[in-house]
Design a protein around this ligand. Structure first.
Ligand code: S3P
Length: 182
């Protein structure tokens, strides 16, 4: 595989973090969870930053951190926050770096079940109605990722990671040249 960076995108609760860890383990690559990275560099979680300073401030920090992580790491699997791929500047950064984006396409009901368990971590999904609207609005943007991996309720992270790696290795390096998004 020619890509040296895989970035996993998708809605809150789609399983980005757990799948990223499985993929990293299988490929023997480093794993960086962008939200965790932000929490340690800023001393506050994304949820706290959004609540205290607003979403726009968080997005600025997120873009800065994404740029730093992309330019300083290779052979890395990055678990993005749910909003990363929806910001044009982030898509440009990712394309410039030649990172491969993989969308975990999980049904809303599954994401919502998981969001509810840790709702305090997701200020942008305070109710089912708001979360559903965001999910619908974001789907067309997620669709522009390089690869789509469908996720069903009973799939384990290991199974999803296995499928993801199969797809990535099948397409080899051609995705970089074929890419027309951004
Ligand atoms: C967000 C998702 C969160 C976190 C922040 C904003 C979003 O990450 O980055 O609360 O805009 O969807 P997860 O997708 O890991 O929950």
């Amino acid at each position: 595989m020619t890509n040296q960076q895989i970035i996993i995108v998708g809605f809150m609760g789609s399983g980005k973090t757990t799948v990223a860890w499985e993929v990293g383990q299988k490929l023997n690559w480093a794993v960086i969870d962008l939200d965790d990275f932000i929490t340690s560099s800023e001393g506050r979680s994304p949820a706290e930053i959004i609540e205290q300073d607003g979403e726009n401030s968080f997005r600025e920090i997120e873009t800065q951190v994404l740029g730093k992580v992309l330019s300083n790491n290779s052979r890395v699997v990055i678990a993005a926050g749910g909003g990363v791929w929806t910001v044009g500047e982030n898509r440009r950064l990712i394309a410039k770096q030649g990172a491969l984006t993989v969308w975990l396409d999980a049904p809303f009901e599954l994401c919502w079940d998981r969001i509810q368990v840790k709702r305090e971590m997701r200020p942008l999904a305070p109710s089912e109605e708001v979360a559903k609207r965001l999910y619908r609005d974001r789907r067309p943007v997620y669709e522009s990722a390089d690869l789509r991996i469908p996720v069903a309720e009973n799939d384990t992270a290991e199974e999803i990671a296995g499928r993801l790696i199969d797809r990535v290795t099948t397409i080899g390096g051609s995705e970089t040249e074929d890419r027309t998004r951004v």
